[in-house]
Design a protein around this ligand. Structure first.
Ligand code: 5AD
Ligand code: SF4
Length: 451
């Protein structure tokens, strides 16, 4: 049989790309939108880096470790000849905007450097590099231009992220995010609702609203009035087909009563809230410029639990901030024991260039920091295990996401309280919310049966 090589009428084959994402959910959202954009621009996505024409790296700058990881990754790919000499590397995310021209100095073979707010320009930046051979750096932060120019979103499975704001205008002294993602900008309400409607049309059941600081959302409404986060929650919940709403990250600075009332009023809001506290010491919180005390935090949690008794609270904690003494660390442990957090994240303080805290003397030695982290993580683990055990015998409404990775005969789902639940069930349940009775726990995963 003769094989005829039919050339497409349009430029579908601009080449192939592979994308690697490190960091927060905002980066995951940006990466998904880049995928849609690259496909719309005639690129084909590869699941492996081998032989890709373009490698896109979306990185996180919050701690130094993440940064090192990505540079090591590039070196390693080159060393193992996984990527070719002519593979174009496009370096983005927060590290892109943090280091910008530094990246090209460090590795001149990096073709494109972009930032969280220039993702929409990626195909044209790649074309520019292709035609000139000169590295292109574009990390400018033009308000919300990217959302107006990105193509409509593709399929996302039963749960979809929707970014409601970019940047952060707080001045936490340890944090690089305001430098990398720019000042806070909220998207207009209707843009967000349109994006939600598009997802619902594709069968999405759970909407996960994203922002560095969702509680300070102040978007423009259709009538020209500024809309607060609580109002946005009511508007999203009113869209038929939205069965569950999550949001991250909440900031204790602005966890106001209207938001707590919305959580009480709207059963579609999931029973899991992530509220980073960072420290339990009022002195350290002041040094971090967090604008709340540990008792303010306790009070928010008390009100939340009153509004929603089954709610699970998770948090982020930094240990070893330069002004943290042993007594301050004990205050953090006291808060952990008072609040009884569920699955939480904790980190050793990492000096970030350009931040206020980078100017502080740091008398706490690394071993002490490691010890504190160990003590904290051990306690957080115990608390999470206690919650897991307490959930045995309960019935959970779970959104089925797909098959369990470990055992393909089981389905993997997520409960409202954010715990992963596995159970035996038919493939046709994927994408639906079903009730599962919890019989046992495996680490932090709950195992149950459908009822
Ligand atoms: N060092 C360590 N942890 C940090 N985080 C942010 N900046 C730093 C830093 N310089 C943590 C905070 C934040 C989470 C996303 O990362 O706990 O909530
Ligand atoms: Fe960083 Fe603070 Fe903004 Fe969170 S609220 S992104 S910790 S500056």
């Amino acid at each position: 049989m003769e094989i005829i090589n039919i050339k497409p009428k349009f430029n579908l084959q601009n080449g192939s790309f592979h994308i690697v994402v490190w960091g927060c959910q905002m980066n995951v959202y940006d990466a998904d939108r880049i995928r849609d954009l690259m496909r719309a621009s005639g690129y084909v996505e590869l699941n492996e880096p081998n032989n890709a024409d373009v490698i896109i790296l979306i990185t996180c700058a919050v701690r130094a470790k993440a940064e090192d990881k990505v540079f090591n990754q590039i070196k390693n790919w080159r060393h193992l000849k996984i990527i070719r000499d002519d593979t174009i590397i496009a370096f983005g995310g927060c590290v892109g905007s943090e280091l910008a021209h530094e990246i090209v100095k460090f590795d001149p073979s990096i073709g494109v450097v972009f930032g969280p707010r220039t993702t929409h320009r990626l195909p044209s930046l790649i074309s520019q590099y292709r035609s000139t051979g000169q590295s292109v750096v574009d990390v400018s932060a033009d308000a919300l231009e990217k959302f107006d120019t990105l193509p409509e979103q593709g399929l996302r499975g039963p749960s979809a992220f929707v970014t409601i704001m970019e940047g952060c205008s707080n001045k936490c002294t340890y944090c690089i995010v305001p430098h990398t993602r720019g000042q806070e900008d909220s998207r207009p309400v209707q843009d967000i609702l349109d994006e939600v409607l598009n997802h619902i049309g594709h069968g999405v059941k759970e909407i996960h609203l994203l922002g560095q600081n969702v509680n300070s959302y102040r978007g423009l409404g259709e009538d020209g009035q500024i809309v607060r986060f609580s109002t946005l929650l009511y508007e999203v919940a009113a869209i038929p087909g939205v069965e569950r709403i999550r949001f991250t990250t909440s900031n204790p600075m602005e966890f106001t009563d209207d938001i707590i009332k919305a959580i009480e009023d709207l059963p579609t809001i999931a029973s899991a809230i992530h509220i980073p506290v960072q420290s339990g010491s009022d002195k350290v919180l002041a040094d971090m410029q967090r604008n709340y005390t540990s008792d303010d935090y306790r009070e928010i949690i008390r009100k939340l639990r009153l509004a929603r008794p089954d709610i699970l609270i998770s948090t982020d904690i930094i240990v070893g901030f330069p002004t943290e003494t042993e007594a301050d660390f004990e205050e953090t442990m006291r808060l952990v024991n008072d609040v009884k957090f569920d699955l939480s994240f904790s980190f050793i303080y990492s000096v970030r260039p350009g931040t206020e805290a980078a100017l502080l003397q740091d008398p706490v030695d690394q071993n002490t920091k490691k010890q504190r982290l160990y003590i904290l993580q051990k306690r957080l683990e115990e608390l999470a295990n206690e919650y897991s055990k307490g959930l045995i015998g309960s019935t959970q409404e779970v959104l089925v996401e797909g098959f369990s990775k470990k055992d393909k005969s089981e389905l993997k789902a997520r409960a409202s309280n954010n715990r992963i639940v596995v159970f035996e069930g038919d493939e046709c349940l994927i994408g639906n919310i079903v009730k599962v009775k919890i019989n046992s726990v495996l680490g932090h995963t709950l195992k149950g049966e459908m009822i």
